[in-house]
Design a protein around this ligand. Structure first.
Ligand code: NAD
Length: 465
């Protein structure tokens, strides 16, 4: 793995000043120039897709298929979507007709916020950096991106490519870890979009508060799955296991734990084991080349190993680990209790605890006793069952019979609620996040023939109720 070259701290002020000047230049007021930059970003990814995939594999030990399916493909979709929609998104809007204000030419202008900061995590380091960048550019902002220091190969590649493809007065990358982030957060931004863990989310929100800077926090949490015995069992097992094993479970919306009726646990575990067998048919199982990702860092490996070693549940599949290659096999653990190590924090890895409950009411109560999750999944063929779960819980997203792919669904906002974050992005929602809705009136003189009564001296006869 290459060693990350950090952006010198003293250069960060200069970058910031150049971006402020770039924004002030008004270049991005032109939609055509925004489109040109968005297109360039598309070429950056398309021309260098192979190198990008190699960098992601170097950083995350990830199969090339996952790089393409979960990052490169979605980035290109974001680029195409923004390129073809930006005129529509940026068009001034008229509010609904009002007898009083329509004559004053009421208009909502969609204006850029200014110079914005995007801080991204390690797990989908391309999509969670480029997606926000596309939307921020479409909205006409100048942008600094700060990727995670845990993905040095991609960070260095982006540092090389961004100045080649994009206008350096409008888009810059700062590479580094806590000191560089801290320096960035000491500056005044017009919006910050942060994706990562809640602890750092608090640091970001507190730093932003000093300048009253608006913030979007895309955080994580323990996303539960509720199983109805009346589900398509084989399909449920495959989709849940995929959601937990893709990127080795290092996905913010990965199913974190399963709530299953006690009487159905045996059948459900058998279905998961069958799905596991079909996913990894080679003799080497998930350790086979290009079958499955590795854990990002020795620290993350140790944390996950600690959670696994601490469980009092029953490991029924997987459990193999290798510190050298940061390999942790997809691991199913049944009969897990609420006070288990696997239930103590967001797992963010390939360990899947199965928690038996009596029924759906107990499952709902279990979820409601904890922080609102980023995603909540239910597998059922019964409309009433699904409605009951959705109506009686809160979460960033509520998904039936699917896992993990909803952040990529066109037209759906991606965001949390409560401790899983606030604000939302993807597609037009990213454009909206980085846009100020500027209200405007331009009132003609003749209006005072109608509302001239507003001026003093006030007349009691003008008071109507
Ligand atoms: P992290 O919080 O460790 O790091 C995220 C970013 O914050 C990195 O760029 C890092 O350099 C920076 N950072 C770290 N310490 C900092 C500090 N003290 N001050 C300022 N910046 C600092 O997160 P991670 O481990 O990269 O990602 C895992 C977490 O992200 C999980 O909780 C996961 O659920 C969450 N996540 C959420 C989403 C979402 O869209 N909601 C997506 C992916 C990941």
């Amino acid at each position: 793995m290459p060693e990350l070259v950090h952006t010198p701290l003293e250069e960060i002020d200069k970058i910031y000043a150049e971006l402020r000047a770039g924004f002030q230049s008004g270049k991005l007021k032109s939609i055509a120039y925004r489109k040109y930059q968005i297109l360039q970003l598309g070429y950056l990814i398309k021309d260098n897709a192979e190198q990008i995939s190699e960098a992601l594999t170097s950083d995350l030990g990830r199969p090339a298929f996952e790089n393409q399916f979960l990052e490169i493909g979605p980035c290109l979709t974001d680029v195409k979507n923004a390129y073809s929609s930006v005129e529509k998104w940026a068009k001034p809007e008229k509010p609904p007709f009002s007898i009083n204000f329509t004559p004053m030419r009421a208009i909502i202008y969609k204006e850029a916020k200014g110079v914005v900061l995007v801080i991204s995590p390690f797990n989908y380091p391309l999509w969670l950096t480029i997606g926000p960048l596309v939307g921020a550019l479409a909205a006409g902002n100048a942008i600094v991106i700060k990727p995670s220091e845990l993905t040095p190969a991609l960070d260095m590649l982006l540092a090389e490519l961004i100045p080649k493809y994009l206008d350096s007065n409008l888009v810059r990358i700062v590479n580094g870890s806590v000191p560089e982030s801290t320096k960035l957060l000491s500056l005044q931004w017009d919006h910050i979009l942060y994706t990562g863990g809640a602890r750092v989310g608090q640091i970001v929100a507190m730093a932003a508060a000093k300048f009253l800077t608006p913030v979007t926090l895309e955080l994580g949490g323990k996303s539960p799955v509720i199983i109805d015995p009346n589900c398509d069992l084989q399909m449920a097992a495959r989709r849940i296991l995929w959601g937990k094993t893709v990127n080795a479970g290092q996905t913010c919306v990965a199913p974190d734990y399963i709530l299953v009726p006690r009487s159905f646990q045996d059948k459900f575990v058998e279905a998961l084991k069958a799905a596991h067998k079909s996913f990894y048919p080679d003799a080497d199982g998930p350790a086979a080349r290009d079958a499955y990702s590795r854990i990002v860092s020795p620290q993350a490996y140790k944390r996950l190993k600690g959670l696994l070693d601490g469980t009092k549940g029953n490991i029924v599949c997987g459990g193999e680990t290798d510190e050298n290659s940061k390999f942790i096999a997809p691991t199913l653990v049944r009969d897990v209790k609420a006070d288990d190590s696997l239930m103590s924090e967001e797992i963010f890895g390939p360990l899947l605890p199965i928690v038996p409950v009596e029924d759906v009411d107990e499952a709902i109560a279990f979820i409601n006793a904890r922080d609102h999750p980023l995603a909540l999944y239910v597998f059922s063929q019964d409309a009433e069952f699904k409605a009951k779960v959705f109506k009686n819980t809160q979460s960033g997203a509520a998904v039936a019979n699917e896992t993990v792919i909803h952040p990529g669904a066109d037209g759906l906002p991606f965001g949390g609620v409560g401790p899983s974050g606030y604000g939302a992005h993807t597609g037009k929602f990213t454009f909206d996040t980085f846009t100020h809705l500027r209200s405007s009136l331009d009132s003609p003189s003749w209006i005072d023939k109608i509302i001239g009564f507003r001026f003093p001296p006030y007349k009691a006869s003008a008071i109507k109720s």
